[in-house]
Design a protein around this ligand. Structure first.
Ligand code: ATP
Ligand code: MG
Length: 760
């Protein structure tokens, strides 16, 4: 594989650029808001500058001020400036901030995310890469569908080589700035039978035919144009125009982004990147923290400025964060000292162990209300979770107590696609006349019911003024439909009847799990094998767990419809819930960090996939989390979690123990972990013996009140040969109350309810 950095741009050695000597702020009053080091970073306008420093040291503020300073001092016009932010929200904030300093001129800067800037450039030059300027940008679903079509046409075995995996490879190539011309046959090993590079080629051709591109193309196409000697004037034009380049969150840029910046900066070399290697949390999306080291090599003579004063957090929070991140090896290392003169030492970080997730949510929301009574606005508080499914329990509690909230960078739990699909299944079971729900899932997972079939159902329903389910019921008794469609539809309707028949007899969480399993819905996501699909499966599990808290499925559905109602509070009056990834660059007075349990955080999958490196990235995430807070941090963990129908006990995250004791106030109930597991030695032993995170065990009855006693033995034992109405013959693998796990001859292993099984 070629070195993606090799661009043959053998520019002559640039001169060393001196760091600007600090000068009295009076010359430029807007510099008053900065300390001496920050001023240097702002005033060293000429030449490459790297600002490398810890969280909350004012990197983003420096970038904003630098932008304003360049404009206000007349060094450049707005369109001579390009500033890259990590999110659109950050871009908006920077634009507003600059506008208060320089007025409407701010509008004319090139300011936005890599994607936004990439689109803007590409629209101007689309024909150079075979697109029209009104090209469409495909979302991930469309991308995948397209790739699947190509693989099908090329007869690549989709079972053996999931399109999803190839998509990932193509994206990584794009992240590295590699167009199809720059990848070779063997670059993806034997993926897709050794044809990955060829398929990449075909995929790009197809996109071009459709006048479309994907997100990765936005910069990749720009790179292609910039690197094309016959189009040298395009790049030269930008190089001339963009006299000053500014980049925030530099530690999370990928190779393509880096190359794009490097090409644009090649003439004036006035590029200023700010970042923090300890906050590099996107390696899974192709980010390369090595870009920091590369910068000094590619821009020799770069001024490296370190900011050490932290203006965000109390000394206690800073000490905790520093103690935590110290456990990572391979850091560039830096000092952080409290910068706020007025800062009181601050309260220690509260670490609270709780019995289970519900109690954890209750405690967090009680603390939120207490903080609110103490005068902190809801908009200044945030709950930061590791994974999306964790939001549900907090949303539930916030709704119950009437505390307004928003889920930032994602949907509220009950608005997510997989949750809506699952709810649609439940709704059709409870209410067959619910046409909207039926329509939503009739072909999800794909049942290959074509348009003609659906059309026929609709037509009949309209003609007779009945619901879709009723219409479908009639249709399957006729010859109107093709035999296959008829059989599929009949199967689905009888599934619904069967599930409906269970509503009275089977505990509703179990019924829900059965519906999702037997309908093939869970299986659909299991086959996807992407991080995205993993998240959806976690959400589905969480949904089933949520049902436990309600008396019936009907009661639950009613609850959801009430929950979905929107209130009309402004953002300032809402608590934010978001993932740690989405919280990068933000700050709040009070931050809650729940779910600090081994397996949840550090996340089991991240560690399984990337070992020690994965653990370090998880630790950086923890560091990002702690350093979002100005005044208070509340860390919590639960001793027990309900996963599907099972209680599992968990161990506190190792990160809890890594917070220096003197910065922490621990509030754990006695005996949560049986006294034994609650020690660092025990965790370490568990880990080194490969014993992962969660031991299954019975929930101690005295602690949570009545435990559903297992239903009496249903008369099946492992090894029995049985017959199931839907899946046919098989052998019982395991018995769990009235649930059986059966290895079916044709359908493979399934969980089923014993009432549908007969001894064969
Ligand atoms: P992160 O690494 O989390 O992105 P950062 O280095 O970008 O942090 P900023 O968000 O720019 O830090 O600044 C952190 C906080 O400190 C902000 O509220 C900012 O307004 C404030 N701040 C920065 N510099 C100063 C200063 N010289 N005087 C007072 N407050 C400051
Ligand atoms: Mg920042």
């Amino acid at each position: 594989m070629p070195d993606p950095f090799d661009l043959d741009d053998d520019a002559p050695e640039p001169p060393r650029h001196p760091v600007a000597a600090p000068r009295p702020a009076a010359a430029a009053p807007w510099l008053n808001e900065l300390n001496a080091e920050q001023r240097q970073a702002v005033e060293t306008t000429e030449g490459p500058v790297l600002v490398l420093s810890g969280a909350g040291t004012g990197k983003t503020r420096v970038l904003t001020m630098r932008l304003a300073h360049i404009l206000l001092s007349g060094r450049a016009r707005p369109w001579n400036l390009l500033a890259v932010t990590f999110t659109n929200k950050a871009a908006r904030e920077m634009r507003e901030r600059v506008a208060t300093l320089v007025g409407p001129a701010a509008e004319q800067c090139w300011l936005g995310t890599f994607h936004a800037l990439g689109v803007r450039m590409l629209r101007r030059h689309a024909p150079l890469v075979g697109l029209e300027s009104n090209f469409t940008i495909l979302d991930t679903d469309d991308q995948l569908r397209l790739l699947k079509q190509i693989m099908e046409a090329e007869r690549v075995d989709a079972k053996k080589w999931p399109a999803q995996a190839l998509m990932g490879t193509i994206q990584r190539w794009k992240d590295r700035g590699l167009s199809p011309l720059r990848v070779g046959g063997g670059d993806a090993g034997d993926m897709a039978g050794g044809r990955a590079a060829e398929l990449y080629h075909l995929y790009q051709d197809r996109l071009r035919t459709l006048n479309a591109c994907d997100f990765g193309d936005l910069l990749l196409h720009c790179l292609t144009i910039f690197q094309d000697p016959s189009q040298a004037d395009v790049l030269a034009g930008y190089q001339e125009q963009l006299r000053y380049i500014l980049v925030d969150e530099y530690q999370d840029t990928n190779v393509a982004q880096y190359l794009w910046l490097r090409l644009l900066a090649q003439k004036h070399k006035n590029i200023c990147c700010v970042g923090d290697d300890d906050q590099s949390i996107y390696s899974w999306r192709g980010a390369e923290v090595g870009n920091i080291l590369r910068f000094e090599r590619d821009f020799p003579g770069a001024a490296v400025i370190r900011l050490e004063a932290n203006y965000r957090s109390t000394p206690a929070i800073l000490a905790a964060a520093a103690g935590l991140i110290r456990h990572n090896e391979g850091r560039l290392g830096k000092t952080l000292r409290p910068g706020r003169q007025d800062a009181e030492a601050g309260s220690p970080i509260v670490v609270r162990g709780l019995w289970d997730g519900e109690e954890e949510a209750r405690w967090v929301v009680e603390e939120i209300e207490a903080q609110q009574r103490a005068g902190i606005h809801l908009g200044q508080m945030a709950i930061l979770v590791r994974a999306g499914f964790q939001t549900r329990e907090f949303e539930e509690r916030l709704i119950t107590t009437g505390v307004p909230y928003k889920v930032v960078g994602g949907l509220r739990f009950y608005e997510r696609q997989e949750i809506r699909d699952a709810l649609a299944y439940f709704r059709v079971v409870m209410q067959p006349a619910d046409d909207l729900a039926f329509e939503r899932i009739v072909n999800v997972p794909k049942r290959r019911l074509g348009d003609a079939t659906l059309q026929a159902i609709h037509v009949l329903a309209r003609r007779q003024g009945v619901g879709l389910v009723a219409a479908a019921r009639q249709l399957i008794q006729t010859d109107e439909l093709k035999p296959r469609a008829r059989a599929v539809l009949a199967g689905l309707l009888s599934d619904f009847d069967r599930w409906r028949g269970l509503v009275e007899g089977v505990p509703h969480p179990e019924l829900a799990a059965t519906i999702l399993d037997e309908s093939g819905y869970t299986g659909m996501w299991q086959q996807e094998k992407t991080p995205d699909a993993q998240g959806r499966l976690e959400n589905l599990k969480e949904l089933v767990a949520a049902l436990e808290e309600f008396d019936s499925l009907a009661g639950f559905l009613e609850h959801v419809s009430l929950v979905m109602e929107n209130d009309e509070k402004s953002d300032a009056e809402r608590v934010s819930i978001m993932t740690l990834h989405a919280a990068k660059g933000l700050e709040f007075d009070v931050v809650f960090l729940p779910g600090w349990e081994e397996g949840v955080f550090p996340h089991q999958r991240a560690m399984a996939e990337s070992g020690a490196k994965g653990l370090e990235e998880e630790r950086r995430l923890a560091y990002v989390g702690v350093t979002r807070a100005r005044r208070r941090v509340f860390v919590s963990y639960a001793a027990n979690r309900r996963i599907y129908n099972q209680w599992q006990s968990s161990l506190p995250s190792r990160f809890v123990e890594e917070l220096p004791a003197e910065t922490v106030e621990r509030l754990a109930e006695q005996g949560l972990f049986g006294g034994v597991a609650d020690s660092a030695a025990a965790w370490a032993a568990n880990w080194s013996s490969g014993y992962l995170t969660q031991r299954r065990r019975e929930h101690p009855p005295e602690a949570i009140g009545p435990v559903e006693s297992g239903t009496p033995e249903g008369g099946f034992s492992p090894g029995d040969r049985v017959f199931h109405q839907k899946f046919g013959y098989g052998r019982v693998l395991a018995v769990d109350g009235n649930k059986l796990e059966i290895g079916f001859d044709k359908a493979g292993a399934k969980k089923v309810i014993d009432s549908f099984v007969a001894l064969a």
